[in-house]
Write a protein that binds this ligand. Sequence first.
Ligand code: ZN
Length: 633
Amino acid sequence: MSTPIKIMPLGGVGEIGHNMMVIKTPSECIIVDAGIMFPHDQVYNLQYLIPNISQLDVNLTTSLLITHAHEDHIGAVPYLKKKIPHLKIYASPFAREIIKIKLAQKMLETDKLDLSLDLSKDSNKNEEQSLLQDENQIYQDDAQDAIETQESPSPSPSLSPSLQPFLGTYYSDSDLILIEDNSHFSFKEIDIYPIRVNHSIPETYGFLIQDKKKCYSLFYASDCKVDNIKNENGTITEHDFDFKRLQELSKNSQRKFLFLDSTDVMFEGKALSEKDLIAPIEDIIITENNKDERERGRIFITFFPSNIYRLQTIIDLALKHNRKIVFYGRSLKQYAAKAQSCGYLQDLNRVLVDEDELKSMRSSEAIKRLELIVLLTGCQGDLKGALNRVVSGQDPLFKIYPGDLLLFSSRTIPGNEKRLTKIYNKIYEQGGRIITAKEKRIHASGHGGAIDNKNIIDLYNPSDLIPIHGETYYLYKHIEFINKNYPQIKTHLLLNSDELTLDSDNIDTLLIEKGTPLPPLFMLDNGIAIEKTSINTRRKMSSNGVVFVTLLVSNPGIDIDINLDLENRVELSVLGFPLFINEYLPLLKERLIQISQSNPPPNKEILKSVLKKFFKKFFETAPVMEIHIVTLA
Ligand SMILES: [Zn+2]
């Protein structure tokens, strides 16, 4: 029997972020990843964007498979789970723990919404709501805070006591299905096999998707590179890219597709291994340790907190060179807590200093004397991150002192350069120093370069390649690379909402239907979706200002006897203009009063045109206008 399947990306192709790939069979719809994308700048309270899933048949959608726990792959899971309550979520142990935090947060937000909608029923709830608002205010600093209020039922005995409050236990495990190295998920028309790949976060998987007769194999590799990550002292035990399983399972397929990461496709070399960073970071620590005691400062390191390997490297080096570690920033503590509960982060308890212990010292001089490595969140200069707080002198515990060294063990995401430059300036102004990944090998990308990609292609030997993850021109560059190096491989461009159809009975035929991508959903920082038109209004209000006009008019032919002089027939107020507008407002008001007396009375369009002309003439702008005409009977 014929088994057509359709593959449709809903996000993450032709752009970087909010990854989502949909696999449709005649009876089921399976999603791979549900990520978010951060807007270029966090403006108008807009926090992130998520793929628009209105093209999905919710009733047929049964399962969500997660490749790894980065935000651009799991950030939209709570939204999806809320829209599709019967959804089963397949994730590795570590990804599952991170997803639980997200689901817990979503439940808090839902509680908050339910409560606010319920207020009319019970006035006593006002008090509860204000408490909730207070909590929310606190949580705004870092939404992850919410987890702190719950206790873990069975914290891992090895978990550092100071990390235990960060585990969180809001969510039951019943809908979360574990992905392991040998897992096999059998759906009605297809089989899916997780394949270990390497990336910058533990337990990253690609998925091999096959029809029941194994006529075709589709390897969805997602974010990956090829890295032998195990270190000499055995503290990092991450598995290798599982080419053996990939080859074994796909060897008899007539047609083999590869969906491959395009993020670093223009890098001609091989992505650095996490192991390559050990020596350069160690050299820096040794140089600092060898300094005279009066010159010796603390070492601050900022990096993406989900990079548990990087954290392990720093733990190992701290232990070896007698430095203590402090976690500063909630997301760092959460990732570390989850990692430790999954068996990662060897020896952490031997080097970790509790933040409360430091707080009890009170004297910043005493803290300064400690030989510390302070790990900071906010490596992109985020306003609310620990790095920005410390560097800008707003932090109660840490300040930058002469001698302090700050390592930026991360890449700069395009768009954040200016913000980070300001931070670098401030560090030097206070006597500190920085080292970035441009100067020393202190950051490794999680995405493969040309050599990694060749390695994957050579060992999997695909017949067809579809580039994924990357701006549109990255996808074209990826296709150029394949055409040049592997002319025998067919390449296909599949953009968001395009649909690729394959049929096991007619494996040589492949159909790609062009789709119309829907705009993503814009999410505010309270987790509520907002329409694009409303975002546009916010943008216009912030850049052009707002004008409010209320006009009282009388019905034609009715001689109303109101004790209202002409002056009070018009209410006019403005927001967001230069103060000298006050010199012009009487002029505008006079004109509006004049219009209010016209017969027949003016309508909104007439008023709009008067306002438009006024603001164009004096301010060269078109503000948002809110006009109310009240007709007096
Ligand atoms: Zn990733």
